[in-house]
Design a protein around this ligand. Structure first.
Ligand code: SF4
Length: 316
C-alpha cells in the first residue's frame, strides 16, 4: 500500500534530527500496512464526500458547515484522515468558489457556524482572508472555527507579513463574533520554544484557543505523555477540546490504539488533571458524528460497539 507523500518543514526536520521519535513517527512516510486486527476499506469513512453542495463545503449537520479552503498543509501528518486529498493543489478554492460558498451559506439561514479547514487554512492566508471578509458580513453566522496545525508545523511562518495580516484580521473580527482557533497538537515534543511563542502571540491577540489531539499508537498512547501534554496546553491558555480515536481510514490501521487502553488513560487523566484540562475523548462514527467514549468509572460497558445518532449499532 502506498504511503502518503512525505512533506516536512525545516522546523520538523530539526526536531527529528534532535532525536524526537514522536515527530519522526508522525511525519516520516513508511509503508502503511493493515494489522492482524484491522483492515479498513474506506478512504473517506466520515463520508464527507457525500455531503458537498458547493465545491469546498461539507454540509453534514444542519446548523454548521465545514469549509475546506485548500488541501495544502505545511507538512504531512502520515495519519491524516484526509490523506486522500491533502497535498493536492486541486483543492485550492478560487475567488469564484469562495463567492459560491458564501452565497450558499447566505441562502441557508440554518447555518450558524462555519468551520474553516482543509488542509490548513492558515497555510493559504490569502484565500482565508477572502472567505473571512465575506463571512463576517453574514448575519446568520454566529461563530467561526479555524482548524490549524501551522504553529506546530512551521512556527516561523507567523513572521510572514501576509500571515501577520491574517491574524490581525481574525483578531479584529473576533471582537464581533467568537472565533475559535483549534490547534492540532499530539505530543509534548511539538511544544517547542518557537511554537509556544506563537501560541502566546495568538493568545495576546485575544483569540479563543482550543486544542485537538489524535490518539496515536506508540506515539502518545501513554498516561504520562498525555498528562504532560494537556497540562502544558492548559497552562498556555489553550483549552484541550477533543482527543479523537484515530479515524478508520484505509492505510491508517497501524496508528489505531487499543480502545480499552485509550479509555484507561483518559480515566487516569480525569483523576489527575483539572476538569478544563481534560479533553473529550470521541470516536467519529462513520458518516454520523462524534460519540463520546465513556470513562472506566462506569461498569460493564461494552467498548466493542456503540449506537450512532440514529440509534443504529456501530462496531468499534
Ligand atoms: S495538518 Fe491536518 S489536514 Fe494537514 S496533514 Fe496534518 S492532519 Fe492532515
Amino acid at each position: 500500500m502506498n504511503s502518503f507523500s512525505e512533506k516536512l518543514t525545516p522546523h520538523l526536520k530539526k526536531l527529528i534530527e534532535n532525536g524526537s521519535n514522536a515527530i519522526s513517527r508522525q511525519f516520516i512516510a513508511g509503508e502503511l500496512k493493515s494489522t492482524p486486527e484491522r483492515n479498513f476499506i474506506s478512504h473517506d469513512p466520515l463520508k464527507e464526500d457525500n455531503f458537498i453542495p458547493v465545491r469546498g463545503i461539507v454540509h453534514k449537520y444542519s446548523n454548521r458547515v465545514l469549509w475546506k479552503l485548500s488541501y495544502e498543509c505545511a507538512a504531512h501528518c502520515q495519519f491524516c484522515t484526509r490523506r486522500r486529498q491533502v497535498g493536492s493543489k486541486s483543492g485550492d478554492l478560487t475567488k469564484k468558489d469562495i463567492k459560491a460558498g458564501l452565497e450558499y451559506i447566505l441562502n441557508h439561514k440554518e447555518i450558524e457556524e462555519v468551520i474553516l479547514s482543509g488542509g490548513d487554512p492558515l497555510f493559504n492566508p490569502k484565500v482565508l482572508n477572502y472567505a473571512l471578509e465575506g463571512l463576517i458580513k453574514i448575519d446568520s453566522i454566529k461563530s467561526l472555527r479555524i482548524g490549524t496545525r501551522l504553529p506546530i508545523h512551521c512556527p516561523q511562518m507567523f513572521d510572514n507579513p501576509i500571515l501577520i495580516k491574517t491574524i490581525n484580521i481574525i483578531s479584529k473580527y473576533s471582537k464581533e463574533l467568537p472565533i475559535y482557533m483549534l490547534i492540532h497538537i499530539n505530543h509534548p515534543d511539538e511544544l517547542t520554544r518557537e511554537s509556544v511563542e506563537v501560541i502566546k502571540k495568538l493568545r495576546n491577540k485575544g483569540l479563543i484557543l482550543m486544542s485537538q489531539t489524535v490518539f496515536l499508537k506508540d506515539i502518545n498512547d501513554n498516561t504520562e505523555i498525555l498528562d504532560k501534554l494537556f497540562r502544558e496546553i492548559y497552562f498556555l491558555g489553550v483549552i484541550p477540546y477533543y482527543i479523537f480515536r484515530c479515524d478508520y481510514v484505509k492505510g491508517l490501521e497501524s496508528f489505531v490504539c487499543d480502545i480499552k487502553k485509550e479509555q484507561e488513560i483518559m480515566t487516569e487523566l480525569t483523576k489527575k488533571l483539572s476538569g478544563i484540562a481534560v479533553p473529550t475523548h470521541v470516536f467519529d462514527v462513520p458518516g454520523k458524528g462524534k460519540i463520546p467514549i465513556p470513562l472506566n468509572f462506569w461498569k460493564k460497558i461494552d467498548l466493542s460497539r456503540c449506537s450512532d445518532f440514529e440509534d443504529k449499532e456501530v462496531l468499534i
